[in-house]
Design a protein around this ligand. Structure first.
Ligand code: AMP
Length: 429
């Protein structure tokens, strides 16, 4: 299947060729024909699958039709809402790239910065608006934005929107949209609250699912390092020294944790920066640009901040902390191995994170390979002393160690949690 076979217009095909996109990704193959027909879409897909082009291209194509030629000042005809500033900027950039040879204009609005430049851009007239919910409602209330002319509405990363407490803002926006419109709804997960929300937005949608398991299992090498909480920073530094890591995105569960990791890395001479919600927009952009330009090789991020990071050459993802929501693991490791390239995802796991690991392995339907050959392997009693929760409350007898079998792989079920017979840290091989 080629882009041409999807029925795209020459002005869009030209830019895709320039971008070096050889063929549509699965989500693009499935979604573009549905959207070109004007149907509503419920998409279950994560960032990294080519989702942005899957919705941006059909919208650009519809808006390039002669009847959409602006008469007088341009009116906003397409609205995309997305949870984070980074993601909003990235989506607007994608519209600019894919629409390079069309006559369409877009702009992006988000909070945390002065509104002046955004209002000026809106006054000049745009066809496509990408927004985070809070600033969007602000500017609507100030009458800088009218949604009366919206024909295309996209709600992106719906699960993250709900996690971030945007539900009321979204409902307010939906109430202002014209009834007659094409709506697109994307979420990485489809739990019941998401399905309920989608029903309030979509008519009779077609469904498209791109399984996260496929993206993770097929393309990304996943390794697990068992380590105590206290040794995680040493292990990270050890890996940075022993692996050729050109660009590594390190995930921390908390903002405070991200700052702490960067502080310790900088202290030991590892150039790095943190990116999370407490940082100003300027600081985030500075960190991201330094990382993209290769000035710093290590970026430490929280899940939410990382959502909008689009870096093509990300070779390593390190889960310094395992996420407590298993879907976040899939999101995180999807940052590497994007659109066909391969990558490595490294996860650290301490005793307290065992339940998270179990949930992740259940979701991805496989055991993550355990790497034993490192000096910080956690063979302390800490792990066995914190027994996993069990359904019926009875205690599981500790099984004898059998590390010879499990060396280099996860071996049998929970093998890697057994205590090794020999003490002391292992030397790297
Ligand atoms: P997204 O899921 O929209 O964040 O896209 C992930 C990455 O894949 C972005 O860097 C896109 O530029 C890239 N991409 C999207 N579609 C294609 C394609 N058909 N071929 C190659 N790369 C693509």
């Amino acid at each position: 299947m080629t882009f041409k076979e999807l029925g795209l217009i020459p002005s869009i095909l030209r830019t895709l060729e320039e971008q070096g996109y050889e063929k549509p990704t699965p989500i693009q193959q499935q979604s573009i024909p549905i959207l070109l027909k004007g149907r509503d879409l419920l998409g279950c897909a994560q960032t990294g699958t080519g989702k942005t082009a899957a919705f941006a291209i059909p919208i650009l194509q519809h808006l390039s039709m002669p009847h959409h030629e602006p008469k007088g000042r341009r009116k906003i005809k397409a609205l995309v809402i997305t949870p984070t500033r980074e993601l909003a900027t990235q989506i607007a950039d994608s519209f600019t790239v894919y629409g390079k040879y069309t006559n369409l204009k877009n702009t992006v609005i988000f909070g945390g910065v002065k509104q002046r430049a955004q209002v000026d851009a809106l006054r000049r007239g745009v066809d496509i608006l990408v927004a985070t919910p809070g600033r969007l409602l602000d500017l609507i209330n100030q009458r800088h934005i009218s949604l009366k002319g919206i024909e295309f509405f996209v709600l992106d990363e719906a699960d993250q929107m709900l996690d971030m407490g945007f539900i009321h803002d979204i409902k307010k926006v939906i109430a202002l949209l014209p009834k007659n419109r094409q709506s697109l709804f994307f979420s990485a997960t489809m739990h019941s609250k998401i399905v309920t929300l989608s029903k309030q937005i979509l008519g009779n949608p077609e469904r498209v699912t791109v399984q996260p398991e496929q993206t993770t299992a097929e393309k990304v090498e996943q390794n697990l390092y068992l380590v105590t909480k206290g040794n995680k920073i040493k292990l990270l530094m050890y890996l940075l020294q022993t692996h050729e890591m050109d660009s590594v995105l390190v995930f921390s569960r908390t903002k405070h944790g991200a700052n702490k990791i960067v502080k310790l890395l900088l202290r030991d001479g590892f150039e790095s920066a943190a990116i999370h919600g407490n940082k100003s927009q300027k600081a985030r952009e500075l960190a991201l640009n330094s990382f993209k330009q290769g000035k710093i090789k290590i970026l430490v991020a929280t899940d939410i901040a990382a959502r909008g990071i689009d870096i093509d050459e990300l070779s390593f993802v390190v889960n310094y902390d395992l996420p407590n929501v298993p879907e976040s693991y899939v999101h995180r490791i999807g940052r590497t191995g994007r659109a066909g390239s391969s990558g490595v995802a490294i996860s650290f796991c301490d005793a307290s994170e065992r339940p998270y690991l179990r949930d992740i392995e259940k979701l991805i339907n496989k055991k993550i390979k355990v790497i034993h050959e490192h000096p910080f392997i956690n063979d302390s009693l800490e792990i066995e002393s914190s027994q996993p929760e069990r359904k019926h409350g009875h205690k599981r007898k500790p099984k004898p160690a059998s590390h010879s079998k499990s060396k280099g792989s996860s071996g049998g079920k929970n093998n890697y949690w057994r205590k090794r017979k020999t003490g002391g840290p292992r030397k790297p091989s």
